[in-house]
Design a protein around this ligand. Structure first.
Ligand code: HEM
Ligand SMILES: *[C@@H]1O[C@H](CO)[C@@H](O)[C@H](O)[C@H]1NC(C)=O
Ligand SMILES: *[C@@H]1O[C@H](CO)[C@@H](O)[C@H](O)[C@H]1NC(C)=O
Ligand SMILES: *[C@@H]1O[C@H](CO)[C@@H](O)[C@H](O)[C@H]1NC(C)=O
Length: 299
């Protein structure tokens, strides 16, 4: 275990490094890589020593080299650039969720995490009733688990694209299943909002920030192979996918079945953004964790 002195030294070092960050140039000119970028078709599953996460989005980006293929040393500047290049994720989203992600690392204030840190159960992001993973109670909560994924896919039987009402029902089927079979099932405000966010993420990353219509074969590639479906015809969204576009869809998913959230919980378009600040322990702590970047992107 690292002594607190070492932890402090790491934090100071991270600040010294980050202090040289030119936030303005980091946040300007972000966007998807051009169509001839070799990474779109350069797909390599993880090899020996590489680490992956419970997140199909990050795993796919690592499998294409948009973020480090070994899954390690994920810093904010690296993620902001990689998620924009591979999926046109807005910097506001990447900063908020990466701030939360840092909390799962053994050294949150050192400024980097490894993808396998993210399997920590019930905090900061991981939760029960995932679409394509098992609950931690049953063992491995990070690898693709087809039985659960088929429960989701069943709802899209006969359809070629997603739609918000179906996505909302499919998500609830996983909650209902976990509630029935997992004696330690945990599902409160954090879990409900983040899991709606993940449904919004697969829809928007595989289509655009507004339509709600992603091709099912693209979605299956993302989950089942952790591969960007470039060869199937998918292209990254032309408009950036932001905390607000995701928050709007979280709200729509909730409105489609408002009885399917924990009793008393009301979700609005701001709930998704608020949940990241809440899980970090407040906007000041999020700002500290992200070395001021959260403030720069309006959080
Ligand atoms: C730094 C950025 C990100 C971090 C730290 C992160 C972290 C996580 C974590 C910890 C989970 C597991 C939640 C659970 O228990 O199910 C998760 C799930 C998920 N993430 Fe990410 N994520 C990030 C970016 C993305 C992006 C860009 C996408 C776009 C496709 C994405 C899509 C998803 C989806 C669809 C799930 C749900 C998986 C399931 O329910 O089986 N994530 N993410
Ligand atoms: C992690 O990444 C940072 C910035 O990208 C780099 O300066 C540092 O050397 C890397 N550390 C390791 C252990 O690879
Ligand atoms: C919830 O699960 C129960 C028990 O498996 C099942 O009978 C019921 O149909 C499910 N309801 C929904 C809405 O999925
Ligand atoms: C953020 O860091 C500063 C020093 O770098 C410290 O004074 C402050 O208490 C921290 N704030 C929070 C909320 O952790």
């Amino acid at each position: 275990m690292r002594s607190s002195l070492t932890t402090l030294a790491y934090a100071l070092l991270a600040n010294a490094v980050n202090g040289q960050l030119d936030i303005g140039s980091l946040l300007s000119g972000l966007g998807p890589a051009p169509a001839d970028d070799p990474r779109w078709t350069d797909f390599h599953p993880p090899g020996t020593g590489d680490v992956r996460s419970p997140c199909p989005g990050l795993n796919a980006l690592a499998n294409h080299g948009f973020i480090h293929h070994d899954g390690k040393n994920m810093t904010l500047p690296h993620l902001i650039e990689g998620l924009a290049a591979g999926m046109n994720m807005g910097a506001d989203f990447t900063v908020a969720i990466s701030g939360a992600g840092l909390l799962s690392s053994p050294d949150p204030f050192a400024g980097a995490f490894d993808l396998n840190d993210l399997d920590m159960h019930n905090f900061p992001i991981e939760h029960d009733a995932s679409l394509s993973r098992q609950d931690a109670y049953f063992g491995n909560d990070y690898s693709f688990y087809n039985d659960n994924w088929q429960q989701v896919l069943n709802f899209y039987d006969g359809k070629t694209t997603t739609d918000v009402p179906t996505a909302s029902r499919a998500k609830y089927a996983r909650v209902n299943d976990s509630m029935t079979i997992n004696p330690t099932f945990t599902y409160g405000t954090r879990e409900a909002i983040f899991s709606y966010g993940e449904t919004a993420l697969y829809i928007q990353s595989m289509s655009d920030p507004a339509s709600g219509m992603a091709q099912i074969d693209y979605v299956r590639s993302l989950f089942e192979q952790e591969k960007l479906p470039f060869e199937l015809g998918w292209r990254p969204s032309a408009a950036p996918i932001t905390l607000q576009s995701l928050g709007n869809m979280v709200f729509e998913l909730f409105l489609a079945n408002p009885q399917n959230v924990p009793e008393g919980l009301t979700i609005t378009a701001n709930s998704y953004k608020d949940a990241f600040e809440a899980v970090a322990g407040g906007s000041n702590i999020l700002a500290n964790l992200t070395d001021g970047l959260s403030t720069s992107v309006g959080l």
